[in-house]
Write a protein that binds this ligand. Structure first.
Ligand SMILES: Cc1cc2nc3c(=O)[nH]c(=O)nc-3n(C[C@H](O)[C@H](O)[C@H](O)COP(=O)(O)OP(=O)(O)OC[C@H]3O[C@@H](n4cnc5c(N)ncnc54)[C@H](O)[C@@H]3O)c2cc1C
Length: 632
């Protein structure tokens, strides 16, 4: 039997990051997937990023992952989102070419040392005692492994629905699989049905561009990856277009709602609250007379356009009818109808914060199978599971990312502590520390961790160290230089408000609208030096940008860091693995029941279990302290 350290099942957005992370750390890794030519396939929209999802993609990059690097190569459109708001929500929303992105991912996977790609159907997972020991492929071939990462997406007992049509499939063009669900049920996994959906695709040439709004691409787009000075798109980037539904659109959908698989009650799976289908929007917001719709080109020099905002399971002819009611789509040609897919997902409360299953040692789950929705959410879980599978295979201590250092930490903690009622989508509002968890500083928060586990290579580390030392240098310089009332004439000549008392460069940079360059030229002018304009590279620009954010949000950040410190103290208070919550006197019956079910590993995690009150936490802390004191 062939032996591997880690076997990753699936070549989707979770599987890619898991397999690459495991191989890059040094584990002998195999990625087994149904079709090699579908590695990195984007079955839904062509976008990477947007609010909170952009933060996840940046964090995967900062840890040494692949998603952002490949996005920079396959870019067709990009713009900054949230730029009217503070740095906590600002990020990038990019569109990737749906043929170039998977191609590039396949190439990276094929060239990765320590990684073997196998095109096969995993029909079962093998165990010895309470641990995994390998997988069985359709046809009976067995492969041995110390750890197995399951990233089966929407494939487990997938059923696609378009109106009355029902197809056993994971998505358009891909078969469904069932063996792994059988294995998971046998080990006691709680399996539920979730649902997601996608929109119709229409022909670019059939859109009347004079009747839609242009959504321009950023002129000087910033790269998604910290590794790059600039994105490297294959050619001129595309604009997107915006249109909207009308009352006629709503009338057609409302009159045919019984034909939709969801409202016709032909789908069992629970759909996403934060990514509603067009039917959901009509039913949930009856007073709204119009919903925005975005038209996004899916490929370089391709005809296909994704109709963002119209995910549906209505019959194709009804889809055609409602599309024609939108401005610019009066003579639309549909390339492919939208559809919904329901599939098996596994209750993430049965996972540890490392994404290892509590039911079977060495078994890790990541991606849509854990009840999330989205490429970025899948990639974030994939890199965590891949790192921890490789570390476990090498007998090294696991990595747990926490709510105070990353949105990935928020995502994983929400899954394993609170569970999911519907497909989980990351939102900036899910983090209590979002001013600290920004798009611009993901590397400062995570690249050292990626380096520690062996995932961040020298190229990325050197670039990071360069930026970090530049940032530290700038902060040092800003704290050392000062402006006094004697400099006020010079400051006013530069259009800056005078200072009332001695102010440091950092104080000046705190002022709204003041840029790092402004402080530089003010200082030069005050000490009588001519300020030379000079080209600054990407790394320097990012270091300056971060110094500006740290100055402008100094007060808020200090308060947030104090909260984080308090949270860390609770988080560090560990709860023994075999702790008996039932024996804690004073805990409410509900608390005992919930804590016994979730089995939190720390007081911090216990405090976030839904329904656990501050009094329960205080009682738990008291009990743990007494148990730890020598007189106990
Ligand atoms: C129709 C549709 C609509 C969607 N709509 C949205 C949306 O609106 N918004 C959003 O955020 N996300 C949406 N998504 C979800 C998004 O595509 C997923 O979140 C993302 O692809 C999940 O990545 P993953 O790696 O978990 O799984 P996937 O990308 O689904 O990859 C699963 C992989 O597992 C492999 N596999 C499965 N079973 C086996 C087996 N037994 N043996 C070997 N290999 C196996 C498959 O070959 C595949 O490579 C949609 C997905 C679909 C299908």
């Amino acid at each position: 039997m062939r032996e591997f350290d880690v076997i990753v099942i699936g070549g989707g957005h979770a599987g890619i990051e898991a397999a690459l992370a495991s191989a890059r750390i040094g584990a002998r890794t195999a990625c087994v997937t149904l079709r090699l030519d579908r590695i990195g396939h984007m079955p839904c929209n062509c976008s990477i990023g947007g609010p909170a999802k952009g933060h996840l993609a940046r964090e995967v990059d900062a840890l040494g992952g692949q998603m952002a690097v490949t996005t920079d190569y396959a870019l067709t459109h990009v713009r900054v989102v949230g730029d009217g708001k503070g740095p906590a929500v600002q990020t990038l929303r990019a569109h990737a070419c749906k043929s170039l992105y998977p191609l590039r991912m396949q190439q990276v996977m094929m060239e990765q040392p320590n990684l073997e790609l196998l095109e096969a159907h995993v029909s079962n997972i093998l165990t010895e005692g309470d641990s995994v020991c390998g997988v069985e492929l359709e046809g009976g071939l067995r492969l041995a492994a110390k750890c197995v990462v399951v990233t089966a997406g929407t494939f487990l007992n997938g059923v696609c629905h378009e109106g009355m049509n029902r197809t056993l499939a994971a998505r358009h063009g891909d078969v469904a699989t069932s063996g792994i669900s059988g294995f998971l049920r046998r080990i006691g996994a709680n399996i539920r049905r979730f649902k997601t959906g996608t929109t119709p695709r229409i022909a670019l040439a059939s859109i009347d561009l004079d009747r839609v709004e242009i959504q321009p691409c950023a002129e000087e787009p910033a790269p998604f990856s910290f590794l790059h000075d600039a994105p490297m798109p294959r050619g001129r980037m595309y604009d997107c277009f915006a249109t909207h539904t009308t009352e006629e659109t709503h009338r057609i959908i409302a009159e045919n709602i019984h034909l939709s698989a969801v409202y016709g009650k032909r789908i069992e799976g629970t759909g996403p609250r934060f990514c509603p289908s067009i039917e959901d929007k009509i039913v949930r917001f009856p007073d709204k007379t119009s919903h925005p719709v975005f038209l996004e080109r899916e490929e370089w020099d391709g005809e296909s356009v994704y109709v963002q905002g119209t995910s549906t399971s209505l019959p194709a002819e009804v889809q055609m009818a409602f599309l024609k009611t939108m401005p610019g789509l009066e003579s639309v040609e549909m390339i492919r109808p939208g559809y919904a897919v329901e599939y098996d997902m596994v209750d993430p409360l049965q996972l540890e914060p490392t994404l290892q299953s509590k039911l079977c040692r060495g078994l890790f789950l990541a991606g849509q199978i854990n009840g999330t929705s989205g490429y970025e959410e899948a990639a974030a879980q994939g890199i965590v599971a891949g790192i921890n599978a490789a570390l476990a295979a090498e007998g090294r201590p696991p990595l747990t990312l926490t709510r105070d250092n990353s949105f990935i930490g928020v995502l994983v903690d929400d899954l394993v502590t609170k569970g999911v009622e519907d497909p989980y989508r990351m939102l900036t509002g899910r983090s209590e520390y979002r001013l600290h968890l920004r798009h611009d500083n993901a590397d400062m928060r995570l690249t050292p961790t990626g380096r520690e586990v062996g995932l961040v290579n020298d190229e990325r580390w050197n670039r990071f160290e360069d930026k970090r030392s530049r940032l530290e240098g700038h902060l040092q310089w800003l704290s050392e230089i000062s402006f006094s009332v004697r400099d006020n004439e010079t400051l006013e000549n530069l259009g800056l408000a005078p200072v009332r008392k001695k102010a440091s460069g950092f104080d000046l940079l705190k002022r709204p609208g003041v840029r790092f360059e402004t402080v530089e030229s003010a200082h030069a002018a005050c000490i009588g030096n001519a300020q030379r304009d000079r080209d600054i590279g990407r790394v320097e620009a990012e270091a300056r940008e971060q110094a500006e954010v740290l100055a402008k949000y100094d007060g808020f950040l200090k308060r947030q860091l104090a909260e984080i410190e308090q949270h860390r103290r609770l988080q560090e208070m560990q709860i023994p693995a075999n702790f008996d919550f039932q024996s804690v006197r004073g805990l409410s019956h509900e608390a005992k029941e919930k804590l016994t079910r979730v089995r939190p590993t720390s007081v911090g995690q216990a405090s976030r279990v839904p329904g656990i009150r501050p009094t329960d936490v205080a009682i738990l802390i008291g009990h743990l302290r007494r148990a730890a004191s020598p007189s106990a």
